[in-house]
Design a protein around this ligand. Structure first.
Ligand code: FE
Length: 196
């Protein structure tokens, strides 16, 4: 009989359990939050929004954007899907946002990074809740692209922000789902790319 031995399975289960430290609790929480939107066959693709003036190409490939001593940690995760709700493995997810003072780093790459979705189309960033800046409610900027696909540029918003109603770009459809976890906020957003 081939396949993994019972002992091998046991060892990998123990390793997995040990890996689930408290610092990962908000990542798990983010994955457990209800999908945004609940994907149905033929779903509308995620709305496009302007990239704004602060996008920089060639951000570092990384999932943890936190700076030492950074306030208001958040785990932002989700899935990249097609309009038929199929995951998009290897999709590029490029994130950039303002810092705790509402400023963008335009010389370096603070609070900028990209990653590629896993085999189930999932991505996960650890970063901070950005500050508002004049004229804008709290938001993230993101570009999402299937391998060899068209780039989706959009923005994500926080529920319950007073600034949402005053922001000329704000869209309800781009609200993340959020929940308070033991080590910070957890947020989820699922992207639907315009492909079958
Ligand atoms: Fe912005």
């Amino acid at each position: 009989m081939s396949g993994p031995s019972r002992r091998g399975i046991l060892v990998s289960t123990v390793t997995l359990a040990a890996g689930l430290t408290l610092s990962r609790a908000s990542d798990l929480l983010a994955q457990e939050l209800k999908p945004t939107p609940e994907c149905r066959d033929g779903d509308e693709p995620t709305l496009r929004q302007t990239e704004g003036p602060f996008f920089k190409p060639r951000s570092p490939q990384r999932s943890d954007l936190r700076e030492p001593g950074a306030p208001r940690p958040i785990a932002l995760s989700g899935t990249v899907l097609t309009r038929r709700c199929r995951p998009v493995p290897g999709a590029l997810v490029d994130l950039w946002h303002s810092d705790e003072s509402g400023d963008y780093d335009n010389t370096g790459f603070r609070y900028r990074g990209h990653q590629f979705a896993d085999a189930e189309g999932r991505f996960s960033f650890r970063t901070i809740v950005p500050a508002e800046y004049p004229g804008r409610t709290r938001h993230y900027h993101v570009k999402v692209q299937a391998p060899r696909g068209r780039v989706l540029t959009t923005q994500l918003y926080f529920p319950g922000e007073a600034g949402n109603a005053r922001d000329f770009l704000f869209k309800r459809e781009l609200l993340m789902r959020t929940a308070q976890g033991p080590d910070g906020l957890a947020a989820r957003f699922d992207f639907v790319l315009d492909m079958r």
